[in-house]
Design a protein around this ligand. Sequence first.
Ligand SMILES: [Zn+2]
Length: 283
Amino acid sequence: MKKTKAFVSVDMEGLPHITSNEHMAPGKLLYDEARSIMTECVLAMADELHGSGFERVVVADSHGPKVNLIPEKMPAFVDVVRGNPRSISMIAGGKGCDAALFLGYHAKPGTPNATFDHTISSQVIRTLKYNGEETSEFYMNAATLGEQGVPVILVAGDRALLQEDVAKHAPWAVRVPQKESLGRYAAISPSMPRSLQLIRDGVKEAVTKLYGGDMKLLKLNTPVQTEIQFTDSEYAHIASHLPGSKMIGGWRVQFTSPSMEEAYRVTQLLVFAGSGVKSSVSE
Ligand SMILES: [Zn+2]
């Protein structure tokens, strides 16, 4: 059956040459460089998808304030999901698409030699587990899309994420390394022309595999048990106000959700609650 609509979720930390906190947010010294790298990578991916037969490409700008992509550079066949906060954050707009691709993705917290290792928020979350498995953003996003019937066919990003999580949880997905990290704030990356070519080659391979029937859905068993270890005991205390949740020691909260999508939404809610506590309390 013909595939007509592709979904791209793009983060920043796993993109080539992005290594400094000065890349990360509007107003920072290297932010314009980061926007331009993100936009070039998205253009290469979207163009190759369109050339492979996808009539529409939905791109979810999924880093920080989620207004990083330069929208006026996008061609007519691209729709952009912009702005924050939003429901199911990094994968808003993915439902109903024929395939999903992740770009610029980074490793989960505690991964050695991985730039900006974290899941959702390094300010609020130490570790996040679904059904006992420590999760990266790749894992929670792919599992939610899997529940919605959308296969993840390609992941491009930090080699540490690809080698650990992607190989383990979605071995069918094509892996495109965009950097080899030398620490949390250093990496070796291919030149931009080479990086863009690797993205294009990866898309071709992934689409061929998709049409060959070689792609699968990542699905978790339901109900889904979530366990969050917070960076501050007060965030855990506030999270424990959620009906049905329970505290484990001073840092962790557990709760159960009927679906991965609901587990995702509640996780987001508790991160917002923790951020609110952080801004209202000073020590
Ligand atoms: Zn990010």
